[in-house]
Write a new protein. Structure first.
Length: 294
């Protein structure tokens, strides 16, 4: 394992499944306890750990290869410390899932085996790669062009309109985004908006959300765009893990008429860890989670 771990947080039924990237073997290792907790519906850490201990002993007695396939890696716990925890790779998790009969386990298996190959999964992989790429330093900060560059990077090869400003009108949840006929002028006005303070940056972010320049993928692109502005202008970025999905979505819905809730959410989640790899990777996980359908 490399010293700088790439951490991924995936979500199933609003529960976290933590994973660590193994650079040497080019694969993800997943937290066994996270998966046991969600498959048993258990919130108590001690009970989850005891159940896994019982299951592991049972599997060992049955000479299951699952136990020998388990490795231990350090993961951050709720107390802020890192502890060694049992991890399994992709095939190990599939095998573990088979030990849990029932509809929930079947749904989990479908989700787990499909997620990385979905369009969002492929786009998310591109978003991870952006951190390592020199391209991130050439993105124009705070402009429509910069947002187009991000969108083209995330969705190139996945959408034929990647990086292209939409030519059609779109709405979501009854809200009509900027009319396509005037979109060019609207985006020029947004480009000219100041971005020297947090208030100004959030105002600009809200206006860009109202403009919604792409047919799809606006939120994921705009959150990266926002973080690049914050990083350049006030040497901060958002720790997205501090903002719950429902809180974020509600704040965004309110923002066209009242952006104070969004400003408060973002301000309370600001961090100075602007070059921290784990902070970036975690941000991508949450950003993509916000876009998942409930």
């Amino acid at each position: 394992m490399t010293r700088k771990q790439k951490i991924s947080i995936r979500f199933f039924d609003d529960r976290e499944v933590r994973a660590v990237w193994d650079e040497q073997n080019a694969k993800w290792w997943f937290s066994v306890l996270d998966i046991v907790a969600l498959l048993t519906g258990q919130d108590d850490y001690t009970k989850t750990r005891n159940y896994w201990k019982y299951l592991k002993a049972k599997l060992k007695k049955e000479n299951s290869g699952l136990v020998s396939a388990t490795t231990q890696l350090k993961l951050l716990a709720s107390d802020g410390k890192q502890y060694l925890t049992d991890m399994l790779d992709y095939s190990g998790i599939i095998a573990l899932g088979r030990e849990f009969p029932g509809k929930k386990a079947n749904r989990f298996m479908d989700w787990f085996s499909f997620s990385d190959e979905s369009l969002d999964g492929k786009s998310k992989t591109k978003a991870y790669a952006l951190f390592e790429s020199s391209f991130i330093n050439s993105i124009e900060v705070g402009t429509t062009k910069g947002l187009q560059q991000i969108h083209a990077y995330l969705f190139g090869g996945l959408y034929d309109f990647a990086g292209q400003i939409r030519q059609k009108n779109i709405s979501k949840g009854g809200f009509q985004f900027a009319v396509s006929r005037f979109l060019g002028q609207t985006l020029k006005e947004i480009d000219a908006m100041p971005e020297t303070t947090l208030d100004e940056i959030v105002n600009k972010y809200v206006e860009m959300n109202i403009a919604h320049p792409f047919m799809e993928g606006n939120g994921r692109s705009a959150r990266l765009w926002l973080d690049l502005i914050l990083k350049k202008r006030i040497q901060k970025c958002v720790d997205w893990s501090k903002i719950g999905k429902r809180d974020y979505m509600n704040a965004m819905m309110l923002s066209p008429t009242n952006d104070s809730v969004l400003k408060s959410l973002l301000e309370n989640a600001l961090t100075s860890k602007i070059n921290d790899r784990e902070m970036y990777m975690k941000g991508i996980d949450y950003s993509y989670y916000y876009e998942e359908n409930d």
